[in-house]
Design a protein around this ligand. Structure first.
Ligand SMILES: C[S@@+](CC[C@H](N)C(=O)[O-])C[C@H]1O[C@@H](n2cnc3c(N)ncnc32)[C@H](O)[C@@H]1O
Length: 239
C-alpha cells in the first residue's frame, strides 16, 4: 500500500521519504492494537492499517484544536476516536501493542511527559514509531514549542523507559534548501489574487524541477546534521 505525493507538491522533498519510512516501519514493527497520538486527519492510515488489528486516533478536543484552517474542524471530528491530551493519555497502562505519532511532539509543551505517557500505555515489547521536525518553519502558532535533534529524541526515549531501535534523518541540507525554494515558488503561485491560477501554471513546473534537482544533490551530498525531520523507532523493553 502506498500514499502518493505529487512531484509538483512543495513538500515532495521530505514527504516522499517520510512516507517510505512510515511504510517500512509499519511493515517491520506495527502490530495489534495501535494508538495514533495527535492523529489529525490520519493521513498515514493506509500505510498502517494492513499491519495492525485496529487504530485508535487521539487528538485534542475541538475547542483546543490547534490547526485552525478552514474545514479542519469537520474533518477532524470524523477522524478522531478519542479526545485527549498526549501529556495525560486516557488509557490504562500497557493498553497498546504499537504507538505512532507523526509531527506532534514539537507541539506539546512538555514532550518528556508525552514520551512517558506513550511508554506507560505501550505493552512490554511494543513499538513506538514517531517523527518530528529538526528544522521547519513555525506552524500551528502559537502551539509550536520545540525542534528535536536525534540526540534530544534519544534522551527523551531513554528518560521515558524506551530503547531506541533507529533514528533516521529525512531530507538533508540540499533538500532543506530545495524546500525553501519550493515554498517560495508556491507562495508566488498562491499569493497574487486573480492571476494566481495563471502564475501557478508557471510555478508548478519550476517546483517539479527544483524537487528533482535538489533530491539529486541531497542523495549525492547527504548530511544528516542538517536534516528536516527525524524519524524514530523505539521499543519498550521486556522487564
Ligand atoms: C502538525 S499536526 C500533525 C497531525 C497528523 N499526525 C499528521 O501527521 O498529519 C499536529 C497534531 O497534534 C495535535 N496535538 C497537539 N498537541 C497535542 C496534545 N497535547 N495532545 C494531543 N494532540 C495534540 C494537534 O491537534 C494536531 O492534530
Amino acid at each position: 500500500m502506498s500514499v502518493p505525493v505529487s512531484i509538483f507538491h512543495r513538500n515532495w522533498l521530505e514527504r516522499r521519504e517520510h512516507l517510505r519510512l512510515i511504510a517500512a516501519a509499519a511493515k517491520a514493527h506495527a502490530t495489534g492494537l495501535t494508538l495514533d497520538v495527535g492523529c489529525g486527519n490520519r493521513p498515514y492510515e493506509a500505510l498502517l492499517a494492513p499491519h495492525v488489528k485496529g487504530i485508535i486516533g487521539l487528538d485534542l478536543p475541538p475547542d483546543q484544536d490547534i490547526e485552525r484552517r478552514p474545514g479542519t474542524a469537520a474533518q477532524r471530528s470524523q477522524a478522531v476516536d478519542v479526545y485527549g491530551d498526549a501529556m495525560q493519555l486516557p488509557f490504562a497502562d500497557e493498553s497498546f501493542d504499537t504507538v505512532v505519532s507523526f509531527q506532534v511532539l514539537e507541539h506539546v509543551p512538555e514532550p518528556q511527559r508525552m514520551m512517558g505517557e506513550i511508554s506507560r500505555v505501550l505493552r512490554a515489547g511494543g513499538h513506538l514509531i514517531l517523527s518530528t521536525p529538526q528544522m521547519w518553519h513555525v506552524h500551528e502558532a502559537p502551539h509550536d514549542y520545540y525542534r528535536f535533534t536525534r540526540f534530544g529524541l534519544a534522551y527523551l526515549c531513554r528518560a521515558g523507559g524506551l530503547e531506541i531501535i533507529a533514528v533516521q534523518a529525512i531530507a538533508g541540507f540540499w533538500a532543506r534548501a530545495g524546500l525553501k525554494l519550493t515554498y517560495g515558488l508556491d507562495r508566488i503561485g498562491r499569493g497574487l489574487g486573480r492571476i494566481s491560477r495563471l502564475l501557478s501554471a508557471v510555478t508548478l513546473p519550476f517546483i517539479a524541477a527544483v524537487n528533482l534537482a535538489f533530491k539529486l544533490l541531497d542523495m549525492l551530498l547527504a548530511n544528516e546534521d542538517d536534516c528536516v525531520i527525524n524519524f524514530l523507532v523505539a521499543r519498550k523493553p521486556q522487564p
